[in-house]
Design a protein around this ligand. Structure first.
Ligand SMILES: Cc1cc2nc3c(=O)[nH]c(=O)nc-3n(C[C@H](O)[C@H](O)[C@H](O)COP(=O)(O)OP(=O)(O)OC[C@H]3O[C@@H](n4cnc5c(N)ncnc54)[C@H](O)[C@@H]3O)c2cc1C
Length: 462
């Protein structure tokens, strides 16, 4: 492998080699995958990315694009062969332009999501994509995984924020598609191919993104409900009455709440521990929650919830969100857990959770289902914690069978085994099993057409 030419392309500050500490680039965020690489390239421009891929295409060198490396499916790290080079976009982090009147901005792929949100906010606009990793993940990674997060209910996933993309193809050619248009029906919508492709079809180098009016005055509440189906009925009722002011609707099971209260300092459940389910919801109404309060009183009267607390200050709002964001952290204190990021049609969430929970307890008595998630858009994080008296390794050995069991229940409800985290290396088998042969074959043909030498993130997704 001729690496000298690659080093010359990016210059002396543009690469890290085997004598550097590369651990952050070859280890997945949770530490579940460790790979090896002889070279991490840090290009500073689209021209450099183009030259890198042109060379790798000619020399058949495998390339792993990397953003913030917060992905949870092993997609952003090289394999163990030591034959794959990493291309980190972190130096390509400029906001190229902001157009408040067009409600759009153009950002380079390495721009950290939180910085992009701040750039929009500086001109009184909102970039609504928001997730717990926003301080480290990059917009290129967000688009490559079609990230979801907490605002999908109102604004849609990452895909729906994109007006145009600049992409470098496997052979180094550049699609200069940074148009900032709402309407554009000129031929196939090529940008969509690269969103959610997890770096297997090309490298996204910049994106033009949709902005929204900034939200002034949010209402945030934690509610107690009797069952997941009741939460779904409440969601339908509030969507009817509040329309698209409803921007987040997160379900938290009682066991998840209990773990947070027990393990995470500075968190407190302001409601009784009694109810089996909690909902954290947020509205953007401009009236600091007055309308939300009125609608919640009506819903209480209709028997759709049993208790509620509204945040009266930004500090109280943050405290409620801390509960939601702390669930994964709290689970770590209970030993090993097997995680399933799945989606089903919103109306089926309650039935799915019941059916999948039954299947889990039949298969592994003592295992504890910790279900929570972005229920407003049908996404459930269906996590299962080990039986308390088991060694962690015994439970982790069930990973593949447990996933299959959960995914079979998902399939019964016409859902998806991958709601928002992507496929990476973790779910390749599931893709083959749960997507139809026609779809998988079409994915393979697209991959072969765009990347005939299979240099783009080989071993991921397909
Ligand atoms: C605490 C925490 C909370 C999270 N919460 C959510 C959540 O609510 N919703 C959600 O959807 N995800 C969530 N995630 C997962 C993760 O943050 C997202 O998948 C995020 O979009 C990944 O961005 P990244 O920049 O870290 O990408 P990386 O992890 O670096 O890469 C992800 C994939 O995209 C590819 N890639 C990266 N950049 C490019 C590029 N420029 N061009 C082409 N391919 C590229 C990589 O090869 C890899 O396959 C969470 C993760 C953590 C750690």
């Amino acid at each position: 492998m001729n690496l000298e030419q690659l080093k010359r392309i990016v210059g002396e500050n543009g690469w890290l080699g085997e004598s550097d500490d590369l651990s952050a680039y070859v280890t997945e965020w949770r530490g579940s995958w460790h790979g090896a690489t002889p070279l991490v390239l840090l290009p500073a421009s689209t021209a450099e990315v183009s030259a890198i891929l042109k060379h790798c295409h000619a020399e058949r060198i495998a390339v792993v694009p990397q953003g913030g490396n917060t992905g949870l499916c092993g997609g952003a790290v090289p394999d163990e062969s030591g034959q794959q080079v990493v291309v980190s976009l972190r130096r390509m982090n400029r906001i190229r332009s902001v157009s408040p009147d067009n409600f759009s901005l153009v950002a380079e792929a390495g721009c950290i999501l939180a910085n992009l949100q701040a750039a929009a906010s500086q001109v009184g606009r909102l970039f609504p994509l928001s997730l717990a990793a926003e301080g480290s993940c990059q917009i290129g990674g967000n688009l490559s995984t079609n990230a979801g997060g907490v605002n999908v209910l109102r604004y849609g996933t990452a895909r729906e924020q994109v007006l145009g993309l600049e992409v470098v193809l496997a052979d180094g050619s550049v699609i200069d598609g940074l148009r900032e248009l709402r309407k554009d029906t000129a031929g196939y919508d090529l940008k969509q191919l690269f969103i959610g492709a997890e770096g297997t079809l090309g490298i996204i180098t910049a994106a033009s993104l949709r902005l929204f009016p900034e939200v002034t005055g949010v209402g945030t509440a934690l509610l107690a409900v009797d069952s997941a189906p009741q939460a779904v009925r409440l969601l339908a009722e509030l969507r009817r009455s509040l329309g698209d002011q409803l921007q987040a609707f997160e379900l938290i099971s009682a066991p998840a709440m209990e773990l947070v209260s027990r393990h995470i300092a500075d968190t407190r459940n302001p409601l009784d521990d009694g109810p089996p389910w909690f909902v954290l919801l947020e509205t953007a109404s401009g009236d600091d929650g007055a309308m939300l309060e009125q609608e919640l009183m009506r819903a209480t009267g209709a028997g759709l919830l049993s208790d509620a607390v509204l945040a009266k200050s930004e500090a109280e709002r943050q405290a409620l969100w801390r509960i939601r964001h702390a669930v994964s952290e709290a689970q770590k204190h209970e030993g090993a857990s097997l995680k399933h990021d799945v989606s089903v049609p919103v109306g089926a969430i309650g039935d799915f959770i019941d059916a999948a929970s039954r299947a889990v307890s039949n298969y592994c008595p003592g295992a504890r289902v910790i279900a929570f998630g972005h229920v407003g858009d049908g996404n459930v994080h269906f996590n299962v914690s080990q039986p308390p008296d088991w060694p962690a390794e015994r439970f982790i050995a069930l990973r593949a069978d447990m996933a299959d069991l959960v995914y079979r229940e998902v399939a019964k409800f016409a859902g998806s085994f991958s709601a928002e985290h992507g496929v990476g290396v973790l779910k390749r088998e599931a893709l083959l099993r749960y997507r139809s042969p026609v779809e998988v074959e079409l994915m393979r043909r697209l991959k072969a057409a765009l990347d005939p030498h299979n240099i783009m993130n080989p071993g991921k997704v397909l």
